[in-house]
Write a protein that binds this ligand. Structure first.
Ligand SMILES: Cc1ncc(COP(=O)(O)O)c(C=O)c1O
Length: 399
């Protein structure tokens, strides 16, 4: 790790190809060969990781035209792509129709005329699944809980019947499935079972809701441990939903993001110094909320460990970065030993929603990213350069 940090600098994201492959294999074993596992690109959209996941057998879940373009830029097939998103734009729909994706997850009635127009332009019907909002609270932080009826996601069951009928009336659209995404970092099996039960109840209420249905997309959200408690038991989720899906002839579609890449990544950061203020000891490091937003945004806790173990006794410290926000912390009151300047810390479980949510706030460069595969370490994203941060800004002399 020291060598990688020396070669590429810090903060640095480091990913493990072995963990990625292990996680994918476990999900495949749980859900079987028939399941279509669509990696949620938003979790980490690095092109090399996308190519790796494709080689492992993944399709992809995208939520924007930009994510679709990433797949195309990586030269990956798009016929196994599902496209969700509550506010899809006309150009995104047109691009996905042209790319021949597997289906759209429709979650707002405004999409239907756009989809029909794109289908007319493409000269063939477009396959859609309806994203239902089953009103299930799957726990976790409110910002990542998506299947309660007070969120913007999906179509509530009382309104969904009319949307199914509108799709059935439009000859250029084919209803092929239903989609539910409960939210992220779900640790209980029960919400997956409950959501499927509610969808079945909805579907059984009218023949038009059943015709042509071939897929059930149970979304992603499979929780990981982040050093506390247990990860979601994916085999138990499979056991809870597969008998119903098999009986109905619906192919399972999964959209895991965090579960595949979260534990496959760490963020390596160097100690800059230490300061004591009032009753708090602050360990100052070179990674900040712009590199890893989750602690500031969701009060998320990531395990943090010294890269080289030290015998010195730990004391509680706030691990904070250089960004000018009180909310800029990686951890609060975390037991860590005293560490001299330049010593490295690893923030664990940082592969998902780490690099993908990184920003240039405070005019900071987003970190470099490295993929380790056996004894090979490959740079898969260069660190931003400072001139890149303002290269799109208007010419000062013309403004
Ligand atoms: C529609 C959809 N599918 C899948 C995911 C992936 O979630 P996770 O990374 O928790 O598996 C998300 C995350 O926000 C999502 O919105």
């Amino acid at each position: 790790m020291r060598e990688l940090a020396q070669r590429h600098g810090t903060p640095l994201y480091v990913y493990s190809a072995a963990t990625l492959a292990e996680r994918f294999a476990a999900l495949r074993a749980a859900f079987g060969a028939a399941a279509h596992i669509c990696y949620a690109v938003k979790a980490n959209p690095n092109l090399t990781l996308l190519a790796r996941l494709h080689r492992l057998g993944a399709g992809f879940d995208v939520v924007s035209g930009g994510e679709l373009l990433r797949l195309q830029a990586a030269g990956l097939p798009t016929d196994g792509v599902v496209f969700a998103g509550v506010a899809k734009q006309p150009w995104e729909i047109a691009a996905a129709v042209a790319a021949g994706i597997l289906f759209f997850n429709v979650e707002s009635p405004h999409e239907l005329p756009l989809l029909a127009a794109a289908a007319a332009g493409g000269g063939r019907p477009v396959r859609v699944a309806l994203r239902l909002n089953p009103g299930v609270d799957a726990g976790g932080h409110a910002y990542i809980s998506t299947a309660r009826t007070d969120t913007k996601f999906g179509i509530g069951l009382p309104q969904a019947g009319a949307v199914v009928e509108a799709i059935a009336r439009e000859p250029r659209l084919e209803l092929c499935g239903y989609h539910v995404h409960l939210g992220s970092q779900v640790r209980q099996v029960e919400p997956y079972r409950l959501a499927l039960d509610r969808v079945c109840e909805f579907v059984d209420a009218a023949a038009v809701r059943r015709e042509g249905i071939t897929h059930y997309d149970l979304g992603g959200g499979f929780g990981i441990a982040y050093g506390q408690g247990e990860p979601l038991d994916v085999a138990a989720v499979a056991a809870a939903v597969l008998p119903t899906l098999t009986a109905r002839g619906w192919r399972p579609v999964l959209e895991p993001g965090r579960h595949l890449v979260g534990d496959a990544g760490i963020l390596v950061t160097a100690v800059l110094g230490e300061k004591r203020q009032d009753h708090t000891t602050f360990l100052l490091v070179d990674a900040a909320m712009n590199d890893l937003l989750r602690p500031a945004l969701y009060q998320a806790e990531h395990p943090i460990v010294p890269v080289v173990a030290t015998p010195l006794p730990p004391r509680a410290v706030d691990v904070v970065g250089p960004v000018c926000e009180t909310g800029d912390f990686l951890a609060r009151q975390r037991p860590l030993p005293p560490l001299p300047r330049g010593e490295l810390l690893a923030v664990l479980g940082a592969g998902a929603y780490g690099a993908s949510m990184a920003s240039n706030y405070n005019s900071r460069c987003r970190p470099a990213e490295v993929l380790v595969d056996g004894d090979r370490a490959q740079l898969v994203r260069r660190r931003d350069t400072l001139p890149q941060l303002f290269q799109n800004e208007v010419d000062l002399h013309e403004a």
